[in-house]
Design a protein around this ligand. Structure first.
Ligand SMILES: [Zn+2]
Length: 78
């Protein structure tokens, strides 16, 4: 597992997190994912096995544990 951040060299700590995972046009939020999180910039790192399992969950049509509605905003230059 990675211990220092690829981007900022910050310390990466093992933590369980929620992941927003895009699969095509579908956004899935996956809770309870074991990951490494950079304490400096917040970058998340996943092991290949964890990533594979997230893909499997995102592709699957399994029942969701909860449902969110999300606001979509459009950036406009000032
Ligand atoms: Zn970092």
């Amino acid at each position: 597992m990675i211990t220092s951040c690829y981007f900022c060299k910050g310390k990466v700590v093992d933590q369980v997190t929620s992941v927003d995972f895009w699969w095509g046009d579908d956004l899935k939020i996956i809770e309870n994912v074991p990951s490494g999180i950079c304490q400096q910039c917040g970058e998340k790192y996943f092991s290949p096995d964890v990533y594979k399992e997230m893909e499997r969950l995102a592709k699957g049509r399994g029942p969701a544990v909860s449902h969110l509605s999300v606001d979509v905003l459009r950036y406009s230059p000032v």
